[in-house]
Ligand binder design. Structure first.
Ligand code: ATP
Length: 384
């Protein structure tokens, strides 16, 4: 573990360049008895990247993180840090920073002493410890609370102490496991941007576990979506948002309308009183095949919206929206300029759409979507 500065010399206040070039996971897997909780997977993380592992409870996120941390041995595969194999090393020899949902601070130590702890364990000089602790406390904006004990701090402040403690040792990699899940909604939002800021200002390489799609999209440079211990898709937020490879990933990316229909051709599907012109989302589709059509609520609207005199519409889409079918508005929520509408078709399918027209519960609506915003996936697997 390099500290980045010589004993006795003043450490840099900020370290904007990541000291890690590349973290490589090759065929990494983990079984609990006969249960393969993490199927073999590959992932390369570049220095300075923020990568989120995203998936529902039980998909293997924590298992993956604990394997990286060294808290769980791998069943197969290897992990390399800048070419050097680390999966054979115990956690303390890997020198990664870790932040968990329960902050695990020492209650009897002050904030300053909590943050200094790791540096003391590394037997650094007093002056260097003082300088580095003060620099990190400034970074996480806790200087004025340095003499307090954790019990005197708010949840968000405690979480910042946990982050400070993890990064003060200048780890090559920071691992975070749902670090915001114990905070209330407002604080979660605030801490989200704090974490991103700290990641950037300190030049960290971060792997972050969450089940919250919005959190992952807003924080990460790349997302790894997991399902039943298997990687479903890896990509930037924009790639996953625009081009999910399966209904499962689409559901995670906010495609709330999942329609089980039958393909009429490669880019049309129908059934249950609905008819969709769309775009193949996950490989070729043949006529007669069962398909799942995925459309985000913000891409489904009342026919005529977006046209002259119309309302919300799919701004920026080239092709005109094609009518999908008819439904009766059931729930109408006011959200400023747009209304969020839940409507039900004659066959009982529930549609989620947006409009800026005055819609009321009980109104019959003709619903439309732009073809490039309706993704047609092979298979009838409505998202789990
Ligand atoms: P959560 O968000 O609920 O923490 P997760 O995505 O982090 O879930 P893991 O905790 O990694 O999921 O668990 C993955 C799978 O491995 C689950 O099916 C879980 O039941 C199983 N599992 C986890 N820990 C153990 C263990 N110690 N022994 C046996 N099975 C385990």
């Amino acid at each position: 573990m390099t500290t980045g500065s010589l004993p006795g010399t003043a450490p840099p206040v900020q370290r904007p360049r990541s000291q890690l070039r590349e973290l490589e996971l090759r065929g990494v897997s983990r079984a609990y008895g006969a249960h393969l909780a993490l199927k073999p997977f590959d992932l390369t993380v570049r220095g300075g990247e923020f990568v989120a592992l995203l998936g529902p409870s039980g998909c293997g996120k924590t298992t993956a993180l604990n394997c990286l941390a060294g808290l769980l041995p791998l069943t197969g595969g290897e992990i390399r840090l800048d070419g050097r194999r680390v999966d054979t090393l115990p956690p303390e020899k890997r020198g990664f920073g870790m932040v968990f949902q329960n902050y695990a601070l020492f209650p009897h130590l002050t904030v300053r002493a909590n943050v200094a702890f790791g540096l003391k364990m590394r037997r650094l000089g007093k002056a260097e410890i003082r300088d580095r602790v003060e620099a990190v406390l400034r970074l996480v904006r806790l200087t004025e609370h340095a003499a307090k004990h954790p019990g005197q701090l708010s949840g968000g402040q405690q979480q910042r102490v946990a982050i400070a403690r993890a990064i003060v040792v200048q780890p090559p990699l920071v691992l975070m496991d749902e670090p915001l899940s114990n905070l209330d909604a407002a604080l979660r939002l605030e801490m989200r941007s704090e974490i991103r800021r700290i990641h950037q200002e300190f030049g960290l390489t971060t792997i972050y576990v969450t089940h919250d799609q919005e959190e992952a999209l807003s924080l990460a440079d790349r997302l790894v979506v997991l399902r039943d211990g298997e990687v479903s898709q890896v990509g930037t937020p924009a790639e996953l948002y625009e081009h999910p490879v399966s209904p499962y990933v689409a559901a995670f990316m906010g495609y709330r309308n999942m329609l089980s229909l039958t393909a009429m051709s490669g880019d049309t599907a129908a059934g249950r009183g609905l008819s969709v012109t769309g775009t193949p989302g996950g490989g070729p589709v043949a006529a007669g095949q069962p398909v799942t059509v995925a459309i985000r609520p913000e891409d489904l609207h009342v026919a005529g919206d977006g046209e002259p005199g119309g309302g919300a519409g799919t701004a920026g889409t080239a092709a005109p929206a094609a009518v999908v079918g008819e439904a009766v508005a059931e729930v109408v929520e006011y959200h400023g300029r747009t209304l969020h509408v839940e409507a039900v078709t004659a066959e009982g399918d529930r549609l989620h759409l947006r409009t800026s027209r005055p819609v009321h519960p009980g109104d019959a609506l003709r619903v439309a979507a732009a073809p490039e915003r309706a993704l047609i996936f092979p298979g009838d697997g409505s998202a789990p």
